[in-house]
Design a protein around this ligand. Structure first.
Ligand SMILES: Cc1cc2nc3c(=O)[nH]c(=O)nc-3n(C[C@H](O)[C@H](O)[C@H](O)COP(=O)(O)OP(=O)(O)OC[C@H]3O[C@@H](n4cnc5c(N)ncnc54)[C@H](O)[C@@H]3O)c2cc1C
Length: 452
């Protein structure tokens, strides 16, 4: 049964959902506050203003789950990325002898692209989809409700220009700062929400390899480590680009100077592993330092005790569940929720209660697991940095984190099964509740220890 769907937000979740919904026969309107790319052939990193996505120019790593989902649900998006020159890379297979490969290792292939390039491929595919229309630039600024015997139902969305758009289903893809739960609260509809600050500030910078650079380019993906003020991590990009991000605690006052390009460069040059990569002989900066703070792990629940808190509304992407960007799970989970939403609209067949319950059944376990793990990993790091004692109620969770850390330091490069368990975890290959739980990883680490 065809449903008119209004997708709020045309980022990763919104465009992916629009593609999937339209392909199931639902007419879709995407409301997006930012203008479309003026020239789709120009480098979107440099030429697409995206004020609605503050992380647009910050480094992203696209996990294997993101690629696997595109292969299954929107292979043409992956084909478009490839055609535009984006590379895919399976570092695990690259690092082990060919005669040890098994078919499942193919599921560990990552997409090496800048966020802007990845998003442009989704956006252009959505624009070409016959059932998708963009209202853009247009700002969503409120909801209208019908009060039915089954509960409140979202009937329409108000735009800042005064227009009101009606729909059978509204999909909130407005990102982590989505105002939708506030709009619901104003009507007395409570969305239970868990939030934990990531307590991380990112100071990042993109470069492009020079023609004369002789560094082993793929090794940028494995560059990571500690420095005086926190951690650094390397990101491979598309079209000879790469980035480094410094990740520091917000209370670290000396780290704040990293926002200045000269200081960022001086610090990078002082780290032996990074120095050659920021040498002008090897890389030309694409921009100044990009700073981002205030990220949160977040989980909103729209079904409570088996009942939807509101009808006619689903939430996908960071507005439903966000994790610390440092773990690289956000985009893949945004795609997960987006494709699940399209499936739930089909299963619900016009029944808003059935749609909400089908969506919750498809997403809740994974969203809970991602939130739990992101928040727990952050607390483990924060206790370590600040020296705060672990409260009694967090002891068991922190003991699990310690076991996982010990397993990760136990030779993921030297034992194939441990390496595979590690890859399943970082790439979210498998149900999130299983791969993030750590049991698999700990089991292989213990087996390895017993063998030594
Ligand atoms: C610093 C940083 C680094 C990250 N690194 C990684 C990484 O390495 N790997 C990874 O997988 N993920 C990473 N992420 C997470 C990833 O960016 C998000 O998970 C992903 O963007 C979520 O997609 P989304 O569509 O839910 O939200 P968004 O991409 O934020 O899209 C929301 C959209 O809604 C629009 N919008 C907002 N308000 C309105 C309104 N009122 N009306 C109309 N439109 C509106 C915005 O313009 C935007 O287009 C990172 C995030 C951050 C902050």
């Amino acid at each position: 049964m065809s449903q008119r769907v209004l997708v709020l937000g045309g980022g990763i979740a919104g465009t992916a959902a629009a593609i999937a919904l339209a392909r199931r026969g639902h007419p879709v309107t995407v409301v997006e506050r930012d203008p479309p790319p003026a020239d789709p052939t120009a480098d979107p990193f440099l030429h697409w203003p995206r004020r609605g996505v503050p992380q647009f120019r910050l480094p992203h790593g696209f996990s294997a789950r993101a690629r696997n989902l595109l292969l299954r649900h929107a292979p043409d998006v992956l084909a478009r990325l490839r055609a535009s020159g984006v590379e895919e890379m399976n570092l695990f297979k690259r690092l082990i002898p060919e005669d040890r490969w098994v078919p499942a290792d193919d599921t560990f292939t990552n997409v090496w692209a800048r966020r802007a390039v990845f998003e442009l491929a989704l956006r252009l595919t959505a624009e070409e989809e016959p059932g998708v229309e963009f209202r853009c630039p247009a700002v969503a600024n409120g909801l209208r409700f019908d009060w039915t015997s089954a509960g409140p139902r979202v009937a329409a969305v108000r735009l800042a220009d005064g227009d009101v758009l009606t729909a059978d289903v509204v999909l909130d893809c407005l990102g982590q700062r989505s105002p939708v739960s506030r709009w619901l609260a104003a009507e007395g509809i409570r969305v239970p929400t868990e939030v934990q600050d990531c307590e991380t500030v990112y100071y990042s910078r993109y470069f492009r390899f020079t023609d004369t650079c002789e560094l082993p380019r793929t090794s940028v993906a494995t560059l990571r480590g500690e420095f005086a003020d926190g951690w650094f991590i390397g990101f491979p990009g598309d079209h000879d680009t790469y980035a480094f991000s410094f990740e520091c605690h917000p209370d670290n006052r000396s780290a704040r100077a990293l926002r200045h390009t000269t200081i960022w460069e001086a610090v990078a040059r002082g780290i032996p592993a990074l120095a050659p990569w920021v040498d002008p002989a090897n890389g030309t900066p694409l921009e100044g330092v990009q700073v981002m703070a205030g990220n949160r792990s977040l989980r909103r629940r729209y079904v409570v005790d088996g009942r939807p808190v509101v009808l006619g509304l689903l939430s996908a992407g960071d507005s439903l569940c966000a994790s610390n960007p440092a773990y690289g799970w956000g985009s893949a989970m945004a795609l997960t929720y987006a494709f699940a939403a399209a499936g739930a609209v089909a299963v619900g067949a016009g029944d808003p209660v059935a749609t909400a319950l089908a969506y919750d059944a498809a997403t809740a376990r994974e969203a809970d697991a991602v939130y739990r793990e992101s928040a727990a990993m952050d607390r483990a790091r924060i206790y370590r940095i600040t020296g705060q004692p672990v409260p009694d109620e967090d002891r068991a969770e922190m003991a699990r984190q310690d076991l996982i850390s010990a397993a990760l330091s136990g030779g993921v490069l030297h034992d194939l099964e441990l390496g595979r368990a590690f890859n399943r975890r970082v790439n979210l290959v498998g149900p999130a509740e299983a791969v993030l739980d750590g049991t698999d990883l700990i089991h292989h680490a213990e087996r390895l220890t017993a063998l030594r």
